[in-house]
Design a binder for this molecule. Structure first.
Ligand SMILES: Cc1cc2nc3c(=O)[nH]c(=O)nc-3n(C[C@H](O)[C@H](O)[C@H](O)COP(=O)(O)O)c2cc1C
Length: 326
């Protein structure tokens, strides 16, 4: 692994939003154990129309719950009015930038013309920006894909974005229909980049430092990069990318300590052992991908029913079985 890039900027790395993965507990705990990320975009919250917003609704975004790293809240909405209400509420809480999610690929979201479902509707996006932007108290960034069905949907939209004071555009170069299948279309990303007047953040399939160096060599003007799933698998990745150095010794031990800290934090905030175990099992499904020969251990972890069983199988895995893949 060598940084063969001609891109000499120190990359600015964003923790990608993974709903059910990168919540505030995870973000804070990550920052206590690992370096490398400069900021996080939080998983989306839904806009709730013109209903009164209660603090409880934005609990995961309360500044006192987000001390680990700078955060940009994200809202999923097709209604400019609802978006503005929620965004300004968050700005009043101290966030100067809010991200608009028009990339979510899930059919139940997209069918309602939200997330990537909005991408074929240039006129609706224009209306949204026309209404929302003058009323927003803070800055707006956008997270998007190439389109819902076709990549040229974003080619049509970028000239629209160019007309508005959008702070940056985060592009995951797949269509919504693709979900997470196939290879990110870097040619289409390149076209978007050449068309876009706003700063662009690249996002998609940075699994290793070599992936990053390949991409940053190809896109020397990009300074901002978002990593989602693959740092949830290998939390050392952002730091390795930043420093160009293969990380640290005792990786497995440190991973176990990170796991245990997460477990303790979730035990404090989640109610009932099954919620805690389910949350941790979800994280372990990601973590386990960083290890070789993990199938047997995973099976046992999935079967655990009580905290005691869960702790025993996970500790056995980290202490006796885990072999780091990277
Ligand atoms: C389970 C899951 C949940 C996600 N939740 C969000 C979300 O709340 N908001 C968002 O903008 N993207 C979300 N994403 C997309 C990721 O942020 C990212 O764009 C995508 O995974 C591609 O980047 P990666 O290859 O670095 O993971 C989610 C992805 C997954 C797999």
């Amino acid at each position: 692994m060598t940084p063969t890039t001609t891109n000499h900027h120190t990359p600015i790395l964003y923790m990608g939003p993974i709903r059910g993965g990168t919540d505030h507990i995870y973000r804070n705990t990550f920052a206590d154990h690992f370096d490398g990320y400069d900021l996080a975009v939080a998983p989306f919250i839904n806009c709730i129309g013109t209903n009164k917003i209660r603090r409880k609704y934005v609990k995961g975004l309360l500044p006192e719950n987000n001390t680990g790293m700078p955060v940009i809240p994200q809202i999923l909405s097709k209604s400019a009015e609802g978006f503005v209400l929620l965004a300004n509420y968050l700005t009043d809480m101290g966030y100067d930038t809010i991200n608009w999610n028009i990339g979510c690929p899930y059919p139940q979201v997209a069918r309602k013309q939200r997330g990537s479902g909005l991408l074929p509707h240039t006129d609706k996006i224009r209306q949204f920006l026309d209404t929302a932007i003058p009323k927003l108290h803070g800055d707006l960034t956008i997270k998007t894909r190439l389109g819902r069905e076709h990549k040229d949907e974003l080619f049509t939209l970028i000239p629209v974005f160019n007309e508005y004071p959008v702070k940056e555009i985060i592009i995951h170069p797949r269509t919504g229909k693709q979900m997470y299948e196939g290879i990110p279309d870097v040619e289409a990303f390149e076209t978007c980049l050449s068309m876009c007047k706003h700063p662009v953040v690249y996002n998609g399939d940075i699994r290793t430092a070599d992936d990053f160096y390949r991409l940053s060599g190809r896109f020397p003007t990009i300074t901002r990069w978002m990593i989602g799933r693959w740092a949830l698998v290998d939390p050392y990745l952002p730091m390795v990318i930043k420093t160009g150095k293969e990380s640290t010794t005792n990786k497995i031990e440190k991973m176990k300590t990170f796991h245990d800290d997460l477990y303790n934090q979730y035990t404090r905030v989640l109610h009932g052992p099954s919620h805690i175990i389910d949350r941790m099992k979800g994280l372990m499904m990601s973590f386990s991908l960083a290890f070789k020969e993990n199938k047997k251990a995973l099976k046992k972890i999935k079967k655990a029913r009580t905290p005691e069983q869960y702790e025993a199988v996970v500790h056995h895995f980290f202490d006796e079985e885990a072999v780091w893949k990277y």
